[in-house]
Design a protein around this ligand. Structure first.
Ligand code: ZN
Length: 509
């Protein structure tokens, strides 16, 4: 059935269905039991029919109401987050769970006032905050007047090695181009070379994404001010030559703050082979965040509620609602890093759902095979998770495509810990192609979610077909892995650990 397809090419549904029926029918007839057991194929799991788009919509409407009455958002440190968390806890308790609050502290980077950037020589010039330059999160604070020092500015590898700084005059402002290594690496090399500040300008190209003053992060606190700039500004600074004199200031600080995750275990099934299913609960301060990530939260919450009705799952399932994802994946990272080695080993796999209702959506499956250029290398077993989702959509006669494990959501810490990961995504700030319009409808040339991280990300801007289609995949995966994670981590669990026969291409307990 499933052989590896080139990147982005959709899978054709018909072949899968024909072969499945031949095998599936036989097996299902033999067993003929109620809600258990489940196999890898869509028509044998029950949860997708229990987890309805209507119920998910109900949760999303409630999250919108919570935001409406609590300052318009559900961001970290706000009443909107706390009330949304209470909502999740209350819903879980009603379904029979005993949700736990996992509290943590973290260093939060704050900018207290707008930064400034100006050129004092060879001629005077003021630059506009946001249009021309921005502060990178976790930038150091300070006021700097110093010469400019371009660092291998024509290459994307600019500042990626200490050698790049040979001839760099100590105390200057390092001017680097965006490209092949992280902003953290560039800034760290600049600090080591004695730079008083750093500016990373966009790589250049045809799209706005490649040329605008982007919002970047250096991921961990650095001692010097670090700014991003548009390609135009960066190249102007480089062209200004040796006389370039810059003045800049950043007013930021690191504050120790606390937040919390909500975790709920199924309470039945093997604890040493736990399936973790997560979605972040916080929004950005700009708005209610109903697609990002009210949609994922609502789908995971409804899956948990309906999952409580299934009989005797073999594997424990842990439903997780992460805090401070928008602050840098903090809640999920604190959770994984806080686990002992044994507790990590007890986690069979992680499923992440962050945005499943994008207005101009696509059906995206995280790149467990690690075929896409921008993907983090996936731990073994992640490819099997990708295949399960692809098979699910094939069984529905729906096209799906792989999407990068870009490191921009809560799977990152699990993957860093070597835990097989996967999930679904309906698209964010990427742009839909003409070809994708054939697969999903919508508008070519437009972002998948034009309201990403804006006040317009609200209940009126959700694609309910996307919610319906992706939530079916979520429910299918949760149920399938609750009964067996064999293809992912080779662990076969069952009541009394009885040996289970493998039948045709259906792996059953
Ligand atoms: Zn998100």
């Amino acid at each position: 059935m499933s052989s590896a397809h080139p990147e982005g090419t959709p899978r054709r549904a018909h072949t899968a269905r024909r072969r499945l029926l031949a095998g599936g029918t036989t097996v299902v007839a033999v067993l003929g039991l109620g809600l258990t057991p489940a196999s890898a194929h869509a028509d044998t799991t029950q949860l997708p029919s229990l987890v309805t788009a209507d119920n998910i919509r109900g949760h999303m409407e409630n999250l919108q109401t919570i935001a409406d009455y609590n300052g318009g958002n559900r961001a970290h440190g706000t009443p909107g987050y706390d009330v949304a968390a209470n909502y999740v806890v209350d819903q879980l308790k009603r379904a029979g769970y005993e949700p736990q609050t996992h509290t943590y502290e973290f260093d939060r980077w704050l900018e207290n006032s707008d930064p400034a950037l100006a050129q004092a020589a060879p001629e005077q010039r003021e630059f506009a905050h946001e249009d021309d330059f921005r502060t990178m999160t976790y930038s150091g604070a300070g006021e700097v007047t110093a010469p400019g020092g371009p660092v291998n500015p024509d290459s994307g590898a600019s500042g990626c090695s200490a050698d790049d700084f040979s001839g760099f005059s100590e105390g200057a402002v390092a001017i680097m181009r965006r490209g092949t290594c992280s902003f953290e690496e560039k800034a760290t090399h600049a600090v080591e070379a004695g730079a008083s500040a750093a500016i990373v300008f966009n790589q250049g190209g045809d799209t706005e994404e490649e040329t605008e003053a982007f919002q970047g992060t250096v991921s961990n606190p650095v001692d010097i001010p670090v700014l991003s700039a548009s390609t135009a500004v960066g190249e102007d600074l480089v062209d200004a030559g040796e006389e370039l004199e810059l003045q800049l200031s950043v007013d930021s600080e690191i504050a120790t703050e606390s937040s919390y995750n909500i975790l709920a275990d199924s309470g039945s099934g093997k604890e040493d082979n736990t399936v973790v299913v997560g979605a972040h609960l916080d929004s950005v301060p700009e708005g209610a965040g109903i697609n990002d990530n009210g949609s994922g939260t609502a789908a995971v919450l409804e899956a948990a509620k309906q999952f409580a009705k299934l009989d005797d799952p073999n594997n424990q399932v842990r439903f997780a609602f992460w805090g401070t994802e928008e602050e840098g994946l903090v809640g999920s990272t604190q959770y994984v890093e806080g686990l002992s080695e044994e507790e990590r080993d007890d986690i069979a796999l992680y499923l992440n759902f962050d945005m499943i209702g994008s207005p101009n959506y696509g059906r995206f499956v995280y790149d467990g095979r690690g075929e896409l250029e921008g993907s983090i290398p996936p731990p073994s077993g992640s490819a099997a998770i990708q295949q399960l989702f692809e098979e699910y959509f094939e069984d529905q006669g729906l096209v799906s495509e792989p999407t990068e494990f870009s490191g921009r959501s809560d799977y990152a810490a699990f993957m860093d810990a070597g835990i097989a990961s996967g999930g679904l995504f309906s698209g964010g700030d990427g742009t839909k192609s003409e070809e994708q319009v054939e697969y999903y409808g919508g508008t070519a040339g437009e972002p998948f979610d034009p309201n990403y991280h804006t006040p317009e990300d609200d209940i009126d801007n959700i694609n309910w077909s996307s919610v319906e289609e992706l939530s079916g995949g979520i429910a299918h995966a949760v149920e399938t892995y609750a009964y067996s994670t064999l293809p992912v981590n080779g662990v076969l669990r069952g009541s009394g650990d009885a040996a289970f026969d493998r039948q045709a291409d259906l792996w059953l307990r």
